[in-house]
Design a binder for this molecule. Structure first.
Ligand code: SF4
Length: 254
């Protein structure tokens, strides 16, 4: 390994120390360099999760340029906004990417029959678990790493996230190339590259998820205040690791 270069692949297992060394080596590098480490290290076993939000758009544009054959998937809860599906189709055409749809086991109707109607209005944690967390876990079961668009500035729960981390819930490495970016940097990139974005942003929705759990924000509110309004909930659960997850360090692919 060249001095100052991030490690390419561990011999037997990822340890917290190895991931910390990779994160240190990648710190301050351009997003293309961070993605390049992921592609060199994991090849076809790394994938990008897209929500079609602003960060995802940056990452998809970089991936279309660097390695368009990379698997790009989205969690389709069957409850997304029509504007999100329209953006999906526009991005597929514009960037030449194809998106893998990852669905829950239950349709919305089957979920209502099993758990009662409008589960999101009563038990949003369970609804997210069934429609996002479990489908993600199943999809990542044969992968070694996933790429996300989380940023430190998103929320308190994401403020300390590193560039690279172990995702103990899914047993894979998680690469967060935009974690240090600001919202302004993301939107500057989108404008400079003349990329499309969700039409709902213009209507007061800075953060967009499922229709029943997303409302526009009011002046002065936090950007994520429109998500699960009325609940303590701030995350759907896909970016939260179980307690002790950092101590689960086996690298399933090596
Ligand atoms: Fe269910 Fe709302 Fe979570 Fe979507 S965001 S999966 S509707 S609780």
């Amino acid at each position: 390994m060249m001095e100052g270069q991030p490690e390419q692949a561990p011999t037997s297992a990822w340890t917290p120390e190895a991931l910390a060394r990779v994160a240190d080596a990648l710190e301050g590098r351009p997003v293309a360099s961070v993605l390049g480490w992921g592609f060199e290290t994991f090849g076809d076993a790394i994938c990008l999760a897209t929500s079609f939000g602003p960060q995802s758009i940056v990452l998809m544009n970089e991936i279309a340029r660097l390695r368009p054959e990379t698997t790009v998937f989205y969690l389709d809860t069957d409850l997304l906004f029509p504007e999100t599906y329209a953006l999906r189709d526009e991005l597929a055409h514009r960037l030449g990417l194809s998106f893998t749809q990852v669905r829950p086991d239950l349709t919305v109707e089957e979920q209502a029959a099993e758990h009662g109607p409008k589960l999101w209005a009563r038990e949003p944690d369970l609804c997210c678990y069934l429609r996002k967390v479990l489908p993600l876990r199943r999809f990542l079961s044969d992968k070694r790493a996933w790429i996300t668009g989380i940023r430190n500035g998103h929320s308190k729960t994401r403020a300390l996230k590193p560039l690279v981390e172990w995702d103990g819930a899914n047993g894979v490495v998680k690469l967060n190339p935009l974690v240090r970016w600001t919202s302004e940097q993301v939107w500057d990139y989108i404008r400079e590259q003349r990329l499309p974005s969700n039409a709902l942003h213009e209507r007061g929705y800075p953060s967009i998820g499922c229709q029943p759990c997303t409302r526009p924000v009011r002046p002065g509110e936090d950007a994520r205040a429109g998500r699960w309004a009325g609940f303590e909930k701030t995350e759907c659960g896909i970016h939260q690791s179980p307690p002790g997850a950092l101590r689960i360090v086996s690298d399933p692919g090596s």
